[in-house]
Design a protein around this ligand. Structure first.
Ligand SMILES: Cc1cc2nc3c(=O)[nH]c(=O)nc-3n(C[C@H](O)[C@H](O)[C@H](O)COP(=O)(O)OP(=O)(O)OC[C@H]3O[C@@H](n4cnc5c(N)ncnc54)[C@H](O)[C@@H]3O)c2cc1C
Length: 436
């Protein structure tokens, strides 16, 4: 029987302009100052700082550099924090909650500045982001939170009532929303490729297709066993996020890999794009498992992403789920063809705050919960300064105790499909209540 294909290609759209590739094989340096595990945004950003400080530093990646989440994502520079302000205050106190929110703003500006000062050619545009809500009561709450962002953090943010929403998006699905102008979009694979270029130029050695198998303490140093042989390093930084495997069991018990999937449409007519996305903004939703979507950087297609409840193989249901979501938002796209669909892993954990922490001498920069376009370079850079002993530059509200472990969990997230289905049901109930 002929397999029914939802999209023409099952590989990331982004790889057409910026393919991920193996790097030329490098000889192993047996004694290093620092080993980095993982060469996504976090590992490369850290490596850039460390190499420029004159350290002998090598990054190992089990796949091609970037082949993890860093070339598969939506490219939205959200820097969002999953728990809301009230929840963070309840758990950690008001001082920490304010510090965390403020660091989001600093981290976004850091990434925009990095792109500019390093000349990273990655189609970045500070377009602003529209967040749609499904009920009029939600709108009141969202407009208030936009007001707070503007007042407390000086971010250009405002509520958009239902009657004005057509200026931002061509759908009747929402009952208004909010805009914040500190968020934009980039080409994630180009961003990674450009970070790779400057990191290599600064002297970072990268061993691609080389898995770290274990990290053992030996005296005051570490022995890092890799698929290419063992090396000794004075310090180790782990940047494996949603691809964390058995090499770092301590982290694996704390991070839950969850699939996020994206679909991309074929090229749409200019008048359709102008009607559906008049301001070419990044888009998000105020639901538990909302979609994120955006125009591609050339402004010709729509890219839409959301959670994928599958764990194995590449089943068709999650693709259909996103396709239905797209048509629900934009009914005129009912017959549109999809050019690409793919998935990647994001790393979730119990308190959902990005993290820098140290345990038994190993430093970790991780836990980005699907918002690492901003957080991974920021946290990776802070972690590098932590390794260098630069107290001031390492300072971060995310440098505190490790995420809590999950009872009875050692890396097999068998419970995730049920959790995702539960959230979807909650979203449906919230939708019907809001529209009663
Ligand atoms: C489909 C999708 C859409 C997303 N959309 C957005 C978005 O729009 N905005 C946003 O802010 N974020 C988004 N994200 C999240 C963002 O992409 C990630 O948070 C970010 O890329 C994480 O970067 P990283 O460097 O920490 O990890 P990764 O880029 O995932 O890199 C980790 C690397 O570690 C390597 N590794 C793991 N174990 C080992 C080992 N034992 N030895 C050697 N190497 C190892 C892996 O091979 C991998 O390359 C999305 C993610 C996905 C999957």
């Amino acid at each position: 029987m002929k397999e029914y294909k939802i999209a023409e290609n099952d590989t990331p759209y982004w790889w057409e302009a910026a393919p991920v590739r193996p790097l030329p094989k490098q000889p192993l340096t047996k004694n290093l100052d620092i080993v980095i595990v993982g060469a996504g945004y976090a590992g490369l950003s850290a490596g850039l700082v460390l190499a420029r400080e004159g350290r002998s530093v090598a990054a190992f990646d089990a796949m091609n550099p970037g082949e993890g989440a860093s070339s598969r994502n939506g490219g939205i520079t959200s820097g969002s924090i999953r728990p809301d302000y009230a929840t963070i205050t309840r758990r950690f106190g008001e001082e920490k909650a304010i510090a965390i929110e403020a660091e989001g703003k600093i981290a976004r500006e850091f990434v925009y500045n990095l792109i500019k000062t390093e000349g990273l050619d990655c189609d970045f545009r500070l377009t602003g982001q529209f967040k749609g809500v499904v009920g009029f009561e939600d709108y009141e709450k969202t407009a208030r939170s936009a007001g707070l962002l503007a007042k407390k953090l000086g971010i250009e943010a405002y509520g958009v009532p239902y009657r004005e929403q057509g200026k931002y998006i061509g759908t009747d699905f929402y009952r208004g929303g909010m805009v914040r102008m500190d968020i934009g979009g980039l080409h994630p694979a180009k961003f990674h490729a450009e970070l790779l270029r400057v990191a290599l130029a600064s002297g970072l050695v990268i061993h691609s297709g080389t898995r770290v198998n274990s990290i053992e303490k030996e005296g005051s140093a570490f022995v890092v066993s890799t698929s290419a042989g063992a090396v000794r390093a004075r310090q180790v930084l782990v940047c494996t996020d949603g691809y964390t495997d058995g090499a770092v069991p301590y982290l694996r018990r704390r991070l839950v890999p969850v699939r996020s999937r994206i679909i991309v449409t074929e090229e749409l007519a200019p008048d359709v794009m102008a009607r559906l996305m008049p301001k070419q903004m990044m888009m998000t939703e105020g639901r538990q498992l909302g979609f994120y979507y955006r125009p591609t950087p050339d402004g010709k297609r729509i890219l839409l992403g959301g959670r994928d409840s599958s764990r194995r193989g590449d089943p068709i249901e999650p693709k259909l789920y996103l396709r239905n979501g797209l048509v629900n938002l934009f009914p005129e796209l009912e017959n549109v063809k999809l050019s690409h669909t793919w998935f990647g892993n994001v790393a979730m954990h119990r308190d959902m705050l990005p993290r820098i922490f140290e345990r038994e001498g190993v430093v970790y920069a991780t836990g980005f919960c699907g918002s690492g376009v901003v957080w991974a370079p920021w946290v990776g850079t802070r972690a590098a300064h932590k390794l260098l002993g630069h107290t001031e530059q390492a300072r971060s509200a995310f440098d505190f105790r490790p995420p809590a472990s999950i009872p009875l969990y050692s890396g097999n997230p068998w419970f995730m499909p049920a959790i995702i289905r539960g959230y979807r049901i909650q979203d449906q109930i919230a939708f019907y209540r809001a529209r009663r």
